[in-house]
Ligand binder design. Structure first.
Ligand code: MN
Ligand code: MN
Length: 446
């Protein structure tokens, strides 16, 4: 099948719009780097349009608009995730070695650890005191803020390191972040203080933020790249930035939600947590939360949440699992079977299944539902492509799709392809973002 770049499919007005959306998208990526920041952004942006907002602790949000049909006719659901690969702090993070203070970390999600060395990191956090008081951090994003860094080894002394496999090049235990290098003043020392640099950091944390060392136990602190999203290429056709898996789909979902007009079916946009580690926990979609929220909608909007009304609503619903796909990287094309691969700038990628080896662990969309989506996109001139992630037996992945399917909801994965997914500077195409917004909008209105 002959594929075509989406740039060649859009009208000139649409091409102009890709640049405008690109600006808004870069701003979003630069400002919003954690789950809670994304959820606040979504709530703020969508609250006037939404008829109902569900939220759990700024970790997962769902926004709904009433349709002209009753809920039992099913909803149109788009689910993206807002957690991203990153470096989390351990519960006892702070230590000192050779007069350098560091934070112990534990990485989150599937990363190539060496990519996180010697890049500027910012610290975004919520520190919850015993009293319940929350202290927030966003350090390293403003001009004048310090940044933090995981220091790699100099090449002069790296002959042994350079022989290691990439997976062992830097061990997870060595991914520690430099946070200070000056000793506490003599007069402030409490007794015989041996770790003067650590003491100094603790003093700053107490004075500036009111934080005691034990408070780290009940904190979520995430180290993420400190830089902003930027245009890539002479033609500015691409966006480089952190967290595009899956914030590009979250952003596209929000834009589609804002643009959706007169939906027949009630529409629901879900921005979920914990996808990168298996959708676990109460804020992941492998929980009962979606079912619960749909029951609440039935009760609140129609006063009927009988078991059969719930089941009808779920089984008549259609969903898009909005998640990114792997674009063919010209430097590594050998990992793909090119006839069935996705290309950057070729539009939103329909992926009927995720999973590994013999399609294990994914939920495969049936041919009927895939035909329905294909027709929807074709009728509305949405640039799309259909693809598998990589070569059979080459690896694999998972999304939230199977957790929606489990409830009886028809679902297929549809999202823009990325280059360098899960890296600290992922690459997307502005025309694929545009295609996703357009595709999600017509889905909401279907
Ligand atoms: Mn993803
Ligand atoms: Mn991912």
């Amino acid at each position: 099948m002959k594929k075509k770049s989406a740039w060649e499919k859009l009208t000139s007005a649409e091409i102009e719009e890709t640049q405008k959306i690109g600006e808004k998208y870069k701003d979003f990526l630069s400002k919003v780097k954690t789950e809670w920041e994304t959820i606040r952004y979504a709530e703020n942006l969508l609250q006037t349009k939404a008829h109902k907002i569900f939220k759990l602790k700024e970790k997962i949000i769902a926004v709904a608009i009433k349709g002209s049909l009753p809920l039992r006719e099913g909803l149109r659901i788009i689910a993206a995730h807002v957690d991203t690969p990153r470096i989390d702090l351990k519960v006892h993070p702070l230590y000192e070695k050779h007069s350098i203070a560091l934070f112990e970390t534990h990485y989150y999600g599937g990363i190539k650890k060496y990519q996180w060395l010697n890049i500027p990191l910012s610290l975004h956090g919520k520190i919850v005191k015993e009293s319940g008081e929350i202290i927030e951090w966003k350090i390293g994003e403003e001009k004048g803020d310090p940044v933090f860094v995981i220091p790699d080894l100099l090449p002069h002394l790296a002959s042994k390191q350079m022989e290691k496999k990439a997976s062992e090049f830097i061990e997870g235990e060595k991914l520690d972040i430099v946070v200070g290098n000056s000793p506490i003043e003599e007069e402030k020392k409490e007794g015989e203080e041996k770790e003067k640099v650590k003491a100094k950091i603790l003093e700053i944390l107490k004075e500036r933020y009111g934080i005691e060392e034990e408070d780290f136990v009940s904190s979520d602190i995430e180290a993420v790249p400190a830089y902003e999203a930027q245009d890539i290429g002479f033609d500015k056709s691409m966006v480089g930035g952190y967290g595009q898996d899956d914030r590009i789909c979250a952003f596209a979902g929000m834009e589609a939600f804002l643009r959706a007009e007169n939906p027949k079916h009630a529409i629901l946009l879900i921005l979920a947590d914990k996808e990168e580690i298996g959708s676990v926990g109460i804020s992941g979609l492998d929980s009962n939360i979606l079912r619960r929220w749909i029951i609440e909608l039935l009760e609140e909007w129609e006063g009927n949440s009988s078991n059969i009304a719930i089941e009808d609503t779920l089984w008549n619903s259609k969903a898009i699992s909005a998640d990114v796909h792997a674009a063919v990287n010209p430097l590594f094309e050998e990992v793909h079977e090119i006839k069935n691969a996705a290309f950057l700038s070729y539009g939103i990628a329909i992926s009927r299944f995720t999973g590994v080896k013999g399609k294990a662990g994914g939920s495969e969309a049936d041919a009927e539902y895939t035909a329905w989506i294909r027709r929807l996109f074709n009728e509305n001139n949405v640039p799309w492509q259909a693809a598998e992630l990589g070569k059979v037996d080459g690896g694999g992945g998972g999304t939230v799709a199977k957790f929606l399917a489990r409830l009886g909801i028809e679902v297929v994965d549809c999202g823009p392809p990325l280059l360098s997914m899960h890296s600290p500077f992922e690459i997307s195409s502005k025309v694929d973002l545009f295609s996703a917004i357009k595709g999600y909008k017509v889905f909401f209105e279907s």
